[in-house]
Design a protein around this ligand. Structure first.
Ligand SMILES: [Mg+2]
Length: 256
């Protein structure tokens, strides 16, 4: 068997002509979706408990699966805070210098969630998906460009903690997006930026996403190959959002 590019690309289960892989991080490469869900729940449940009994507020605890997937997964953090709380009838102000110190705002609640994430990463560590490590190794062996595209501001720390930094050539994450004024998911701009950095285009890049918002960004950005990674039992929703193929694990693509 030849060891050149095209045959290795075939082994990756991708169409001919793909030169770059753009991976979402949380839930695709690493099991940090669980870390994020726990961090959101800790923050939201305190807010909901404080509003229990308020008129027009639904103060049931945050559902770390259903609410997580519907309202916060894959979105910029403050959008997640605003969208979930609005769904329960809670509408904190955005951050403002005019508010008394200690006032709960969209920004302060988002920052609290981020503190929770950083604490959990340090105390519990981060595990990569074993099938994703095999896939990254195969993609690297095939000479493909590899980028991480993540809304997370902690992507560099997560990649390092999971031992994946060695595979990643470009990182377009929440920190890069805010520093360079790139629109977050579900806008396609972060994926476009990553493709550009790898010398690729939406036609020659494959997007790998587990979140509905992320799959939508890939599809709306004109990416021809969008692999939906189904970690939450939502294959039909991933297809409806624009995934061209749905797998349970990246290893399913190897030798497919
Ligand atoms: Mg994700």
């Amino acid at each position: 068997m030849s060891e050149d590019g095209p045959s290795l690309r075939h082994v990756l289960g991708l169409p001919d002509g793909i030169t770059a892989c753009l991976f979402d991080l949380d839930g695709v490469l690493t099991k940090t979706a669980e870390v994020h869900a726990a961090a959101w729940k800790e923050m939201f449940d305190d807010v909901l408990a404080a509003h229990a009994g308020d008129a027009d507020v639904d103060s049931r605890p945050f559902d770390a699966i259903g609410d997580y997937l519907e309202y916060v997964d894959g979105k910029p953090r403050y959008d997640g805070v605003r969208d979930f709380l609005a769904s329960r009838g809670v509408h904190p102000p955005e951050a403002s210098d005019d508010l008394p110190a200690g006032t709960e705002t969209i920004q302060s609640l988002g920052d609290l969630k981020n503190d929770n994430v950083q604490r959990i990463i340090v105390t519990d560590g981060v595990e990569p998906y074993e099938g994703s490590v095999r896939y990254l190794q195969a993609a690297q062996d095939a000479g493909l460009g590899i980028a991480v595209v993540s809304s997370s501001a902690n992507a560099a720390a997560v990649l390092e903690a999971a031992g994946l930094s060695k595979f990643i050539q470009e990182r377009v994450d929440g920190a890069v997006a805010s520093a360079e004024n790139i629109k977050g998911k579900p806008a396609p701009d972060m994926f476009w930026e990553a493709a550009k950095r790898l010398g690729a285009t939406p036609e020659t890049s494959a997007v790998f996403e587990d979140a509905l918002s992320g799959v939508k960004s890939g599809a709306s950005g004109g990416f021809v190959t969008v692999i939906g990674v189904d970690r939450g039992g939502q294959p039909d929703a991933l297809r409806a959002a624009g995934a061209t193929q749905v797998v349970d694990d990246l290893a399913d693509l190897l030798d497919a």
